[in-house]
Design a protein around this ligand. Structure first.
Ligand code: FDA
Length: 305
């Protein structure tokens, strides 16, 4: 039953008509639990509070699967604006973004143009930019863009997904770039031809790549809400004397707040991924797919005036 619900929410997450409708109607259906506001000014207030509580942030202007050039350029403009607000208000925040919001489904040149503008702004204001990883259809293209831009920009990171069979190879392949990598389990519905269908295999592979990347000496963001993986990372830290400056934990805004606090109290760097914007729909559906129990929040959202 749970698997059916997951698939259902992942199917909904890709529906373009619902995505467009959702944009019109502001934050609905419990989205405010996972999304910091519809614009950067609202998000900046939240980020300030989050920073005050001892967390660092990566802010994400929601948007994906843009299929027209004008919207992709506007998305890039919004990212630059977010970087400027981060700098003006002295927020401790990086920026995360998706290649499909920059026009990946339209043209490579458009993405590169948009990305260079954003990375220039990031460089000017000392803000690191992380490219989120999307579905497998766009995986190789996203990696290629990352490699190309990494030659020009230091302030760039990306994400690798543990559910992919090929992730170990990609992690080794990226080693020469001395990359800032965020490691995650993976949030999209992928075919068993490319990704482990069983959660226990994903969890094992996740631990394996965390260990590999840390022992490679690369900065590693361990982006998970899973207690077992967090405990495993702490063990690695002890066993291999890994300095705390070499890794951080990351979690999504609104998820497992007590655990987030505990890690800060224990002296770990804890980064909160804070999404904002009108395009909350696909993001929200993926959060529901990860934990169908969250549907209760959605139902409350529907019935609350
Ligand atoms: P898992 O799903 O096993 O959950 C472990 C426990 O965490 C659960 O038992 C539950 O208690 C809690 N939990 C997990 N999800 C929850 C939720 N939605 N609501 C409430 N509790 C929840 N993916 C991707 O494909 N590309 C990307 O670029 C990113 N980027 C990214 C950034 C950051 C900062 C994070 C934290 C995650 C991502 N992800 C991602 C998502 C990631 O791939 C994965 O889908 C989620 O993190 C859920 O997996 P966990 O590792 O938390 O473990």
């Amino acid at each position: 039953m749970e698997q059916l619900m997951r698939n259902f929410f992942l199917f909904l997450s890709k529906n373009k008509t619902l995505t467009k409708l959702a944009k019109k109607y502001g934050l609905r259906f419990g989205a405010a639990r996972f999304v910091a506001g519809i614009d950067i000014d609202h998000a900046a207030e939240k980020i300030k509070e989050i920073n005050r509580d001892g967390f660092v942030v990566t802010v994400d202007h929601l948007g994906e699967f843009n299929d027209n050039e004008k919207e992709a350029i506007e998305s890039a403009d919004e990212c630059i604006h977010a970087i400027e607000v981060i700098a003006e208000k002295g927020l401790d925040s990086e920026l995360s973004l998706k290649m499909t919001s920059m026009g990946l489904d339209i043209s490579y040149d458009l993405v590169m143009k948009n990305m260079r503008r954003i990375l220039d702004a990031g460089r000017k204001h000392n803000v690191t930019v992380t490219i989120d990883m999307e579905d497998f259809e766009r995986y190789q293209k996203t990696l290629n863009i990352f490699k190309e831009l990494k030659k020009e920009y230091d302030n760039l990171g990306t994400v690798l997904q543990a559910y992919l069979y090929r992730v170990e190879e990609d992690l080794q392949d990226l080693n020469e770039y001395n990359p800032y990598l965020r490691l995650v389990k993976g949030a999209y519905k992928e075919s068993p031809e490319v990704a482990f269908p069983e959660k226990k295999d994903v969890d094992e592979n996740y631990k394996k790549i965390i260990k590999m990347n840390l022992l490679n000496g690369n900065y590693t963001a361990i982006a998970t809400h899973d207690d077992a993986v967090i405990e495993y990372t702490k063990q690695l830290e002890k066993e291999h004397d890994i300095p705390r400056e070499q890794f951080e934990f990351q979690m999504l805004f609104g998820i497992r707040l007590e655990l987030q606090k505990r890690l800060v109290e224990e002296g770990y760097k804890m980064r909160v991924y804070v999404p904002y914007g009108k395009d909350w729909y696909g993001y929200n559906m993926r959060r529901l797919a990860e934990r169908p129990a969250n549907v209760l929040f959605v139902l409350k959202g529907i019935f609350k005036k």
